[in-house]
Design a protein around this ligand. Structure first.
Ligand SMILES: Nc1ncnc2c1ncn2[C@@H]1O[C@H](COP(=O)(O)OP(=O)(O)OP(=O)(O)O)[C@@H](O)[C@H]1O
Ligand SMILES: [Mg+2]
Length: 242
């Protein structure tokens, strides 16, 4: 049941980390959490893949650069909430700052869910961007919930990990990443290594900070359309390099 991953989550505001090597299911899990969220939502879809894999006509794509205020006018009169998606332009010099501004938008709105596909871009170790820093430190005051995706625990600012209420950890082949994970959750390093070694493809560990519980989960059942998505890869897009 898709709800499994969402089941028994602490009430919002909640900070969630999804970490693990490429292709293990971080984005799919995040999308299920996103899909189950009942109020306003903001997605920073760094590669644009999440929105392409899960098209939703109710989610509005923000322009580049993003607006400086919450775009309430984009909400249809008969819609209960606003869902926003931001896909950065990686060729723009300040594309990371633009993503940080989107974090700021969600923070200023408050009482919403922010999903960040590549948290390492806005929260690299020792260089957390300003709005991201504010969101990590003060997000709870604004009732901001955040899903932070990252391939590794190393390289990310420790604050991002330390703020997590729940960590979904897929396979981490690098021992340094496992060590950092174990240290952040206050778990024995050897036990984390053993638990990781027991993970099959797309399986994950779930750690609840407050309850101090570590559990092993089977792969999420994916929606049918997703299994066919690979067959519909887009043609490359030609553009002018200036
Ligand atoms: N639970 C699952 N069962 C079967 N296949 C899965 C599952 N989760 C993910 N996959 C497959 O793996 C692919 C990659 O999943 P996903 O995009 O969530 O990975 P990711 O961890 O976000 O990777 P990346 O680091 O590249 O962003 C999916 O498109 C799907 O084909
Ligand atoms: Mg992903």
């Amino acid at each position: 049941m898709p709800g499994d991953a969402v089941a028994e989550l602490p009430p919002p505001p909640i900070f969630i980390v999804c970490v693990g090597r490429k292709g293990q299911g971080k984005s799919e899990l995040s999308w299920m959490l996103w899909d189950s969220w009942p109020a306003d939502r903001v997605m920073i879809d760094t590669t644009g893949d999440l929105g392409k894999d899960h098209p939703d006509e109710k989610t509005i794509d923000l322009d580049v650069p993003p607006p400086s205020r919450w775009p309430a006018h984009l909400q249809e009169a008969d819609d209960e909430r606003l869902s926003l998606r931001y896909v950065p332009d990686h060729a723009a010099a300040d594309y990371v700052d633009d993503m940080d501004r989107v974090v700021g938008l969600a923070f200023s709105r408050g009482d919403c869910l922010l999903l960040v596909e590549e948290m390492g871009l806005v929260a690299p170790a020792g260089q957390v961007r300003p709005y991201t820093r504010k969101a990590l430190h003060m997000g709870r005051h604004q009732r901001l919930s955040v899903i932070m995706n990252m391939p590794r625990t190393m390289g990310i600012d420790p604050l991002a990990l330390a703020q997590a209420d729940v960590i979904y950890a897929f396979d981490l082949p690098n021992p340094d990443d496992r060590k950092r994970l174990a240290d952040v959750i206050g778990w024995d390093r050897g036990e984390v290594d053993d638990a990781m070694a027991g993970l099959g493809d797309h399986e994950y560990l779930r750690f609840h900070t407050k309850a101090h519980e570590l559990s092993h989960w089977p792969p999420l059942p994916l929606p049918k359309r997703k299994r066919h998505a690979q067959a519909h890869m887009e043609e490359p897009e030609e553009f002018e390099v200036v």
